[in-house]
Design a protein around this ligand. Structure first.
Ligand code: HEC
Length: 157
């Protein structure tokens, strides 16, 4: 019967999914699509909020439902408008723009240095020393993770 066949196929698919997740979770099988360059590793952090081994990067504060940079700043990093928050364009070229970063409201903000971007991401303090609004989490990144993430931000057009 057609219906039964579909059901069987569905169950098999589900089983493969569960086994796959278990293997990834246990670290036996490496997570797919993570390259070896710093920017590729940084892209992974940007999109998943996890380190390349699959462990979520710890963060405090922030909005719990969205746990990756891309979830809040968009896959292109250019910022999003949602009913809950408006997030800025965090491409490297925007943050370090010598005339000041372009804010979501069209105003010019501060010009970030690399160290100040790191402080914003890990401590939630902007380039002028002000506390960033609550939706932005404070990420506990290792030196290596930060360097990879920065390398990726630099590749965003
Ligand atoms: C839950 C949503 C959320 C997530 C996840 C998030 N951000 Fe943000 N981020 C924001 C919001 C909203 C702001 C603006 C805060 C403000 O204007 O005070 C912001 C601000 C920033 C700023 C400061 C820019 C400025 O306006 O001065 C940087 C840099 C930044 N985010 C980088 C990141 C990076 C890198 C990640 C991933 C590691 C990340 N964010 C994840 C929501 C988020």
């Amino acid at each position: 019967m057609k219906g039964k066949g579909l059901l069987l196929a569905g169950s098999a698919f589900l089983a493969i999914g569960i086994i796959g997740l278990a293997l990834f979770g246990s670290g036996i099988v490496p997570l797919p699509f993570v390259g070896n360059t710093p920017a590729e590793q940084g892209a992974w952090i940007f999109r998943t909020g996890a380190d390349p081994g699959g462990q979520p990067i710890p963060y405090s504060s922030g909005m719990m439902m969205r746990a990756s940079c891309s979830g809040c700043h968009g896959v292109d990093g250019r910022g999003l408008r949602t009913p809950m928050f408006v997030s800025p364009n965090i491409t490297y070229s925007n943050l370090t723009n010598p005339t000041g970063m372009l804010e979501p409201d069209g105003a010019r903000g501060p010009t970030y240095t690399d160290g100040q971007i790191r402080r914003a991401v890990t401590q939630g303090i902007d380039a002028e020393g002000r506390s960033l609004a609550w939706p932005m989490p404070r990420w506990r990144l290792t030196d290596g993770e930060w360097n990879n993430l920065l390398a990726y931000l630099k590749t965003l057009p």
